[in-house]
Design a protein around this ligand. Structure first.
Ligand SMILES: Nc1ncnc2c1ncn2[C@@H]1O[C@H](COP(=O)(O)OP(=O)(O)OP(=O)(O)O)[C@@H](O)[C@H]1O
Ligand SMILES: [Mg+2]
Length: 141
């Protein structure tokens, strides 16, 4: 089934002003498309966490959303520095966030845990050389 791109947005490193805009834009787009509110909520959590990870932990990237009749695909690609230890990164409570970031309310180490919880399928590739590339599938029925 052919997927249609419904959003593509650049995410800038440390841009807390616009951080969160992509997930909120996508939420509006999905509501307009008539996607049910539970799925919209799930998708919002996933995209917000991945978007903020790009803001906080990467040098910048891009988020893309595609939809077909069956599923929603979220792609989040950044340019590095990559996740050193993926197993650790998916451990509840593990975070490399600085004190400054923690004071802003981030760094509980729960982002990726929640992404995994709400994704029907999650693929993540990360390296120092190529950055972090996450693909999430959410079934629409
Ligand atoms: N895009 C990324 N680039 C580099 N490192 C990342 C990226 N996303 C996550 N990480 C690493 O994985 C760790 C765990 O990420 P996770 O989102 O679970 O927690 P957090 O961002 O530290 O805190 P929280 O999401 O609860 O605010 C991060 O602390 C960071 O070290
Ligand atoms: Mg996070």
């Amino acid at each position: 089934m052919q997927k249609q791109q419904i959003m593509c947005k650049e995410i800038e490193s440390f841009d807390f002003q616009s951080g969160g805009e992509a997930s909120s834009n996508l939420k509006n787009i999905l509501r307009k498309l008539g996607v049910n509110s539970d799925l919209v909520r799930k998708t919002s959590i996933v995209t917000y966490e991945l978007e903020m990870n790009v803001v906080i932990h990467s040098l910048g990237g891009e988020i893309t959303a595609l939809i077909s009749e069956e599923e929603l695909e979220i792609r989040v690609d950044d340019v590095g520095p990559g996740i050193e230890d993926l197993d650790k990164a998916f451990t509840p409570g593990y975070s490399t966030a600085s004190n400054e970031i923690r004071e802003m309310g981030f760094g509980a180490g729960m982002g990726l845990v929640n992404v995994k919880r709400y994704a029907d399928k999650l693929t993540i590739e990360s390296s120092k050389e190529n950055g972090t590339h996450v693909k999430v599938l959410i079934k629409l029925f």
